[in-house]
Design a binder for this molecule. Structure first.
Ligand code: SF4
Length: 483
């Protein structure tokens, strides 16, 4: 009853060719016989190909849909079995299955895994957007407690100086233990003294709440790690701005930053990140690629979101041919005439003499070199050049607004990388890659989100969300193969 060349056959054939021993190792043996993991994998992937993500809907499809019936060989695992297999058995092993599928497709000549088009998108987590924890508010609350403990100590000292035997503790670092001891000490010192009613109330409140609050903040800070927010319903999800904002109010939503690398619209690698900006995700994404395939890509194409000094340096070190835009690359290309605004005008830099020349031709000597750390901890070096005398210059009002002589900063290393990126991007090959990039990687996101409704995860937590993404990626690749 199933027509020839139906995608169900492709799923069956491809999954039959895979080595699923990492999944088999997850079965301890003993107990009642289990459904074969290969069959369950086929069913799950076929369900994802058909936009069926709910375990209950998959259970129904197994009883109603002939394609599912054929795949499962008329066995009917229920939604609990499907969920356990998806959430537990595939933990940590699905990436290996994904890799095998990609290599099979590459061997069939459908893609080149050495040439990557990289991009990212945000996918909403299965989490409540109102149950948030903010790093900033934890810090504010901790600071407030520190300040109030300090005030209470000072008050106690003013009222009962003799009873406060010890010197004032250092409250710059406080924890539940320290607060409990301090409050107890203050209470003991104030016993029998005439104490302000409000202070008494505050001491009672502090004794009851502050230690437990501090313990709670400590626990929350541990969950936060380097992030600045998380959702209580999915603690691995971070609040970020989503592009598809139905309410149009710029509200932050808990989600994950999904990064993919594609070639010929086939997903070669995927990673999930808590960082909302793409810049910092390239390094872990590349490391994951290397761990997966045991080699480095030869070519990488990405948009300006990835064009940072750190990324350019990384790609150069790995000897990867790079076609990565930087900020203002397009603006630079559109600009036909030199900038008329002197504030923005390009100041001439003389490499031999390591000095600059301002719009009036005055020499700007290098006055200092400053180091700045980026969010990821990468150290950038900026050279500062300053004009010797701006007084009486006819261009003074339009040139700069500072009281001193004009200062400019140059990041020579970044400029060198930008020059190289520009020449790569403007080359014949660069133009070809730039034209291909949106049709290669961006359409994959469009297809997954718009046509396959992959806008929100069904599962919670990093590991499970990774499994869902892996299933989605395998399903997408097999759909491409079938097409
Ligand atoms: S104001 Fe100073 S920096 Fe600007 S053009 Fe005149 S001399 Fe040069």
């Amino acid at each position: 009853m199933i027509e020839e060349n139906h995608p169900v056959f492709i799923v069956d054939q491809v999954i039959d060719k895979l080595d699923i021993s990492p999944i088999l190792e997850k079965y301890k043996g003993g107990g009642t016989s289990s459904y074969h993991p290969r069959m369950l994998l086929k069913v799950l992937i076929y369900a994802y190909i058909n936009n069926i993500y709910s375990s209950r809907k998959i259970e129904s499809a197994l009883k109603e849909n002939i394609h599912f019936m054929w795949l499962s060989g008329m066995s009917y695992p229920d939604h609990n079995t499907i969920n356990r297999f998806r959430g537990d058995r595939l933990k940590g092993v699905l990436k290996e299955v994904f890799k095998q599928v990609v290599i099979l497709l590459a061997e069939a000549g459908l893609l080149n895994i050495k040439e990557l088009y990289v991009d990212g998108t945000k996918i909403e987590a299965n989490a409540n957007k109102y149950t948030f924890v903010w790093g900033k508010s934890i810090k504010t609350s901790q600071e407030r407690i520190k300040k109030q403990v300090n005030e209470l100590w000072d008050y106690a000292q003013s009222v009962a100086k003799e009873e406060m035997h010890s010197s004032k503790p250092d409250f710059t670092q406080i924890d539940a233990e320290k607060v409990t001891q301090t409050i107890e000490k203050i209470n003991n010192a104030l016993e029998g003294k005439k104490v302000d009613k409000k202070v008494k109330q505050k001491l009672n409140y502090a004794k009851k709440n502050w230690p437990s609050n501090l313990r709670k903040y400590e626990k929350q800070s541990k969950i936060l790690g380097k992030r600045n927010s998380y959702s209580k319903t999915d603690q691995d999800a971070t609040f970020m701005r989503m592009k598809d904002d139905h309410m149009q109010n710029g509200q932050l939503k808990p989600g994950y930053n999904l990064q993919i690398a594609t070639n010929n619209q086939i997903i070669v690698n995927y990673t999930l990140h808590s960082n909302p900006t793409d810049t910092l995700t390239l390094k872990p994404h590349l490391l994951e690629y290397e761990a997966l395939y045991g080699s480095t890509p030869e070519t990488l194409v990405a948009d300006s979101g990835y064009g940072s000094e750190e990324n350019y340096e990384l790609l150069e070190q790995k000897n990867i041919e790079t076609f990565v835009k930087y900020n203002y690359f397009h603006k630079e290309q559109k600009q036909k005439k030199p900038d008329q605004n002197l504030l923005k005008a390009d100041i001439f830099y003389n490499k031999e003499k390591d000095c600059c020349y301002c719009p009036m031709g005055q020499k700007m000597e290098k006055v200092e070199e400053v180091k700045r750390k980026t969010k990821s901890g990468y150290l950038q070096t900026y050279s500062i050049y300053q004009a010797t005398n701006c007084k009486g210059c006819p261009l003074r009002t339009t040139c700069h607004k500072s009281q001193e002589n004009r200062k400019i900063q140059r990041n020579h290393k970044l400029n060198k990388y930008k020059d190289k990126a520009r020449s790569n991007l403007l080359s014949e090959l660069g133009v070809k890659h730039r034209k291909k990039r949106p049709c290669d990687v961006e359409v994959v996101f469009g297809n997954l989100k718009q046509n396959h409704h992959f806008k929100r995860f069904m599962l919670r937590g990093n590991e499970k969300v990774n499994i869902e993404t892996g299933l989605m990626a395998i399903a997408h690749n097999l759909r491409k193969m079938a097409a």
